[in-house]
Design a protein. Sequence first.
Length: 157
Amino acid sequence: MTTKRSTWQEKLANDKGLPKVEAIPDKMSKRWGEGTVAIPAPKEIDDIMKKVPRGKLITINDIRRSIAGRHGASIGCPMTTGIFAWIAASAAAEEEAEGKEQITPYWRTLKSGGELNPKYPGGVEGQRARLEAEGHRVVPRGKKYVVEDFEKSLIQL
């Protein structure tokens, strides 16, 4: 018996009963404090990423703040937000490989501090090439790469 693996697009569409808001668990409270955490649906993350126009940027932390505000929670879940951004990026690459031209511009979503995400399709080099094609300057910072002056290009949600 063989099991069919889900495509990235199927993973993106599977909301697994999300979004939901719950109390920040004890294991997270040392770092994130007391209150509530909004756990987004994968499609919510994708929808936010789709809103970033050419020449503009967003960080995962900006997305988390938007999710928290949207659901009236203290924080947006750091773990699922990052995972769902990766799924959205992989689904977009899958769509692009199928010939779709209008895909989620995942390369415009940065890690905190303007850092490029090595887990995105094409890795750091792929993200760097797409960002530089849109006029951003990518520079090394230690072993990582960041968009120089990324703060000037952030969108307001």
